[in-house]
Write a protein that binds this ligand. Structure first.
Ligand code: CU
Length: 143
């Protein structure tokens, strides 16, 4: 009898709060690779608060162009350096690689399954080969 009660006490007062806490604190780390002339994946789906990492890759960087309203565009990342960001506002984010922005090296991030700014992103600036790439990515996007 006492043993059973102890088990329940442990479950309620120790295990349950730990489980809740770990749920609250949990955020994933997602990676985007910078390949020859493209990002991989080109569309990344993340949750609010996830850490997104672009490991260093020679000759490439990350420059944010557009995001949901309220997002202040950060300074573009340094060439040949790892870059990471935590996105807190749900919506679609659009970025490119500064030296390859007209060669189709662009990427999208969908945060929190929110695609409400899809039209704004489809109207965002795109150069050269990236115009078609952006249109293709916009067509592929889902929430
Ligand atoms: Cu590049």
């Amino acid at each position: 009898m006492i043993k059973i009660q102890l088990k329940w006490l442990i479950l309620i007062w120790v295990v349950a709060p730990m489980f809740l806490l770990s749920k609250l604190c949990y955020s994933a780390e997602l990676q985007v690779d910078m390949l020859k002339m493209s990002y991989s994946p080109e569309i990344l789906y993340s949750e609010v608060g996830d850490k997104i990492v672009w490991p260093k890759s020679k000759g490439h960087n990350v420059e944010f162009i557009e995001g949901p309203s309220g997002f202040s565009i950060p300074k573009r990342s340094k060439m040949n350096k790892q870059y990471d960001i935590i996105l807190e506002i749900p919506g679609i984010y659009y970025y490119w690689c500064t030296p390859h922005k007209s060669q189709g090296m662009i990427g999208l991030i969908v945060v929190g399954k929110n695609i409400s700014n899809k039209i704004e992103i489809s109207k965002a600036k795109a150069l050269g080969k990236s115009k078609k790439k952006l249109a293709d990515l916009i067509n592929k996007i889902h929430n």
